[in-house]
Design a protein around this ligand. Structure first.
Ligand SMILES: NC(=O)c1ccc[n+]([C@@H]2O[C@H](COP(=O)([O-])OP(=O)(O)OC[C@H]3O[C@@H](n4cnc5c(N)ncnc54)[C@H](O)[C@@H]3O)[C@@H](O)[C@H]2O)c1
Length: 207
């Protein structure tokens, strides 16, 4: 690991993430053409936006979501508008490990080239109902458990997705140069947990 003598190792090198993005540079989404991209929570919101944008540029998108009705309708619509049958909807509850395993296994079977090029761990929610920071009624005989759904989806679900992506991305038959970020930095134990956050994007570096 290098870095100048005053500042120590570069953080980018240390955590093996992509370098900073210069948002003033034009972005060319053409690179996604022909790629198989998995998006959790792809039936609406940000996920739907990624789906529409990348599908319009020739990517094959496979979304996993719990909203079957919306997900299936969206895939149908985008298949038509892009004249591409390689977009798919798969039911996936990101809080359920087996559901995510099934999502990846089915996606590989459906992928036009038998592999996965990129994964977006996008499924996320905001806390609804009783707020964690405002516990109430805990002096009762049966105090109510806090609702941790937000944590289960936004943290555990993202970690499940990242774990599966780290396994399957380098196994893409088209992979020539697996991502430098697919092994954890040896000198930062637990780095994966530190960097886990909503909207995590992993790609296998095939280009
Ligand atoms: N929209 C915004 O402006 C904004 C801004 C900042 C942060 N966020 C955060 O980003 C996240 C996503 O926002 P959004 O606007 O795209 O939300 P959204 O509700 O439109 O989309 C979230 C998607 O995730 C799916 N989902 C929910 N639980 C799931 C589960 N267990 N398994 C699989 N899929 C599941 C939903 O069905 C939905 O399709 C949220 O955590 C939100 O708080 C949103």
């Amino acid at each position: 690991m290098s870095g100048d003598s005053n500042s120590g190792p570069s953080l980018v090198q240390a955590i093996r993430q992509s370098p900073p993005i210069d948002t003033s540079e034009p972005y060319d989404p053409a690179w996604v053409a022909g790629r198989t991209i998995l998006i959790t929570g792809g039936a609406s919101g940000f996920g739907e936006g990624f789906f529409r944008k990348w599908a319009a540029h020739g990517a094959n998108i496979i979304i996993g979501d719990i909203n079957d009705k919306r997900g299936e309708a969206l895939v149908e619509e985008v298949r038509e508008s892009t004249d591409n049958k390689n977009h798919h909807y798969i039911h996936c509850n990101v809080t359920d490990w087996q559901s995510q395993v099934d999502f990846f296994h089915k996606a590989i079977r459906l992928s036009a080239h038998g592999g996965i090029d990129a994964v977006v761990a996008n499924a996320g929610v905001i806390e609804k109902g009783a707020r964690f920071e405002e516990p109430k009624g805990l002096d009762a005989d049966a105090p109510p458990k806090p609702n941790l759904l937000c944590y289960d989806i936004n943290l555990t679900g993202v970690l499940y997705t990242a774990h599966l992506a780290l396994f399957y991305l380098p196994r893409n038959p088209r992979s020539q140069n697996p991502s430098v970020s697919n092994t954890p930095a040896a000198d930062i134990p637990g780095e994966s947990f530190l960097s886990a956050s909503n909207l995590l994007y992993l790609s296998n570096g095939y280009s």
